[in-house]
Design a protein around this ligand. Structure first.
Ligand SMILES: NC(=O)c1ccc[n+]([C@@H]2O[C@H](COP(=O)([O-])OP(=O)(O)OC[C@H]3O[C@@H](n4cnc5c(N)ncnc54)[C@H](O)[C@@H]3O)[C@@H](O)[C@H]2O)c1
Length: 250
């Protein structure tokens, strides 16, 4: 088992990619703290992990709230005596409108969750990872953090920010044996793309806009996250790993 004895937090652990990663981590022997703003789906992930004999705990968390993130880290270290892996994955999309039509409130919400949420995770987890002698942080960016797309200004900007925040943290904490990497998924089959799926005109195009001509599964993203979390990636930090079926090259 690749994560035996490790403690991992997965934010957005009730959703598609977060759930797949939480289950994958648990199968590899990690104790997993599932953090999500939605208690129902978060608890469901924990039940799924228990069903396969894994160890997991749900902590209701809004990643954009400093106090809640601080408490998430405190609860985790108290429960499992330390922290080794943080998957900063919670995220939301924005309504597809031009920047001029996007409300300031929505801009703030998207950036607060997608970018500030990652900053808060790093801010409160790093001291614990230092105590543990090192660790791995994986941040969820997006293909849309590497490439502009019309009508998703806040999402584009927040996910691009995640990539440089990742490099920044890699540089700041490398000397403590903390590796910080990002993943940049393409179109993955989760709830976040429900709106796109309902668009009969655009979906056939969007769903085949990569070299492999198909969308990805949460499990395929979880495999990449597991690799970055594990010792197999011991000399990889500051990187952004595309998991997009070749979407960036398309
Ligand atoms: N699915 C895709 O095509 C795709 C592509 C690129 C990047 N991503 C990113 O992957 C990550 C996971 O998304 P997903 O595709 O699994 O979608 P999802 O909607 O299934 O999962 C997102 C999860 O985040 C949780 N969440 C939302 N706001 C939160 C908050 N403030 N605090 C804590 N949890 C919160 C939701 O409850 C949900 O469980 C997101 O950051 C998303 O932007 C997804």
């Amino acid at each position: 088992m690749r994560l035996l004895g490790k403690t991992a937090i997965v934010t957005g652990g009730g959703g598609g990619i977060g759930r797949a990663a939480a289950i994958r981590f648990a199968k590899e022997g990690a104790q997993v703290v599932v953090a999500d703003i939605d208690a129902n789906i978060g608890e469901e992930t924990v039940s799924l992990i228990h069903e396969i004999g894994g160890q997991a705990l749900f902590v209701n968390t809004d990643v954009s709230d400093s106090q809640q993130v601080k408490e998430l880290i405190q609860l985790t270290t108290r429960q499992f005596e330390g922290l080794n892996i943080l998957f900063n994955n919670a995220g939301i999309s924005n309504s597809e409108v031009r920047s001029v039509d996007l409300s300031e409130e929505e801009w703030d919400r998207v950036v607060d969750i997608n970018l500030k949420g990652v900053f808060l995770g790093i801010k409160y987890a790093v001291p614990e990872l230092i105590k543990a002698g090192g660790g791995s942080i994986i941040n969820t960016s997006s293909l849309l953090g590497l490439k502009g797309q019309k009508f998703v200004s806040a999402y584009n900007a927040s996910k691009a920010g995640v990539i440089l925040l990742t490099q920044n943290a890699a540089l700041e904490y490398g000397k403590y044996n903390i590796r910080v990497n990002a993943i940049a998924p393409g179109v993955i089959d989760t709830k976040i793309i429900d709106n796109w799926k309902q668009n009969e005109r655009k979906w056939p195009i969007i769903s085949r806009a990569n070299a492999l001509r198909r969308i990805g599964t949460p499990a395929e993203v979880a495999n990449a996250v597991l690799f970055l979390a594990s010792e197999e990636a011991s000399f990889i930090t500051g990187a952004t790993l595309s998991v997009d079926g070749g979407g960036l090259t398309f």
